[in-house]
Design a protein around this ligand. Structure first.
Ligand SMILES: *Cc1c(COP(=O)(O)O)cnc(C)c1O
Length: 486
């Protein structure tokens, strides 16, 4: 016992003192580059970790024993701490618009536009002598008018904010009628009844889950009704004995009764998606034609732009939104507006959308091309001594609650532990490989199903990068195993 305590104390005595660490020439170099407070706190962390190791394992970390090793350890910790948490990953999950992976990738024009407005002042709300600029959404409003025919628009942080503002500005203190079949939960705590309450509106539910008729809406209207709201059931689908009341019918009713018809559209595709084999998504321009007063949708779902919420439609109502105090709290910054403007400009030329916007580039990529790419990858990875790499048909989903029923044909590269390796003593697993890929220089994110790691190739937007990262990562996985075995 005494012996053990003595040896532990001896280990503690081996730890260098902070003052002596700060005198190591390489450490002085780091202090010059990075400043003393941060380097000192990293060193303190190293000493703390060493003390923990002594306490739990009665041993010293290797770096304690050599001055050179101390600075190497410090250098590694500096690099690790400087790695940005939001570095690029390769999304091969099979979900293109993955909310947890940041939804849409921006088009090059948007990236350029954002970079420019980051570098310099821009006339965000500034009249440049032409008496044109009213507010920060004016430029987008002109584009939206051009693309959808909408009189006006209001841009906020996301579609949840758009719905909140739309309700608060048009119906606070009053009743809003919604079909029971459209009381949607989007995820991340966006539920129509909750948003209604936050906006200060009284939700009036009508109809049944599967069927809501025009007469149900008509019967619920009274002198306290401000609006009827339609909600696009973007993330689920009710089939069978169903009846939804279409916007055009409701528009006539609302006009007759002098109340507003508003619509939460969710995804907001501005182009017909049937050419990708996707079902026809209701489009804002169609809704406006049908007589809806205000339509809201997301910027980073099927639009393919930055996170934003767009409310488009009737200019009198939009003016109310613009004047509401919530707008000030929910407004977008210049980077979002620049990215959104550049993205919307792509819609002037629908022919080129499939090559310009990453979302459409991925959705429109021909299956044969994916198959060819899969074969190339398979050949590159054929030398693996641990994994069988096969090519399998799979299906990609759009994601972010868009088009829940539609799956696009795709191709996956599948990794399974080969028979030989699975018999070894410390057999590798696809879980380990998944973890390893997630730690690659550019993390590769797939999904595990049926004991295989699936990489859905429709998710890549940079084939060469994927080949490079995948081959390097698999090779290093196998090298590490060999090392561990020897
Ligand atoms: C996605 C969605 C929302 C939320 O949009 P965010 O941009 O994620 O805030 C709201 N309503 C519907 C119908 C949606 O599909």
């Amino acid at each position: 016992m005494t012996q053990a305590i003595n040896s532990t104390q001896a280990l503690y005595r081996c730890l260098p003192a902070m003052d002596s660490l700060l005198l190591i020439p390489q450490v002085i170099g780091f202090i010059e580059q990075q400043g003393k407070p941060w380097i000192k706190s990293l060193l303190a962390q190293m000493l703390q970790d060493a003390r923990r190791q002594i306490a739990s394992h009665h041993s010293l970390p290797n770096w304690c024993l050599d001055l050179g090793d101390i600075s190497t350890e410090l250098a590694e910790r500096i690099v690790k701490a400087q790695r940005q948490s939001m570095s690029p990953v390769i999304n091969l999950t099979g979900t293109i618009l993955h909310t947890n992976l940041g939804r849409s990738q921006m088009c090059e024009a948007a990236i350029d536009a954002v970079t420019q407005v980051m570098r310099s002042p821009v006339p965000l709300e500034f009249d440049m002598g032409q008496g044109k600029r009213g507010h920060r959404d004016s430029a987008i409003a002109a584009l939206i008018h051009e693309l959808t025919g909408a009189d006006s628009c209001c841009i906020v942080n996301n579609n949840a904010a758009a719905v909140l503002l739309m309700l608060a500005a048009t119906a606070a203190g009053k009743e809003v009628i919604v079909s029971r079949g459209e009381l949607v939960e989007i995820g991340g705590a966006f539920r129509i009844p909750d948003i209604m309450a936050q906006a200060g509106c009284k939700l009036v539910e009508v109809g049944c889950t599967n069927r809501t008729h025009l007469k149900d809406y008509a019967a619920a209207i009274n002198e306290n009704t401000a609006a009827i709201m339609k909600v696009h059931t973007s993330n689920y689908h009710i089939s069978g004995f169903t009846k939804v009341t279409e916007e055009a019918e409701l528009a006539a009713l609302c006009k007759d009764k002098g109340i507003a018809l508003i619509s939460d559209l969710g995804s907001g595709a501005l182009t017909d998606l049937s050419r990708f084999g996707l079902s026809k998504e209701p489009m804002p321009q169609q809704m406006l034609q049908d007589g809806v007063d205000l339509v809201s949708f997301s910027g980073d779902k099927l639009l393919g732009g930055p996170q934003a919420g767009l409310v488009v439609g009737n200019s009198e109502l939009i003016a109310k939104l613009q004047a509401h105090p919530l707008k000030r709290a929910l407004r977008c910054d210049k980077m979002t507006l620049a990215a959104l403007e550049a993205t919307l400009m792509q819609y002037r030329n629908p022919q080129k959308l499939d090559s310009q916007l990453p979302i459409f580039r991925k959705l429109s990529r021909p299956l044969v091309e994916l198959e060819r790419f899969a074969q190339e990858l398979q050949q590159q990875l054929a030398s693996s001594s641990v994994f069988d790499v096969s090519i399998q048909a799979c299906q990609t989903q759009v994601g972010s609650g868009s088009q829940p029923d539609v799956l696009l044909d795709s191709v996956a590269l599948c990794f399974a532990v080969n028979t030989n390796a699975s018999k070894q003593k410390h057999a590798p697993s696809v879980l380990q490989l998944d973890k390893w890929f997630k730690a690659a220089s550019v993390p590769i994110i797939g999904r595990i199903a049926a004991n295989q790691l699936w990489l859905d190739l429709r998710g890549t937007d940079n084939d060469n990068q994927l080949i490079e990262v995948l081959t390097t990562s698999l090779l290093s996985f196998e090298d590490k195993r060999m090392e561990a075995a020897s």
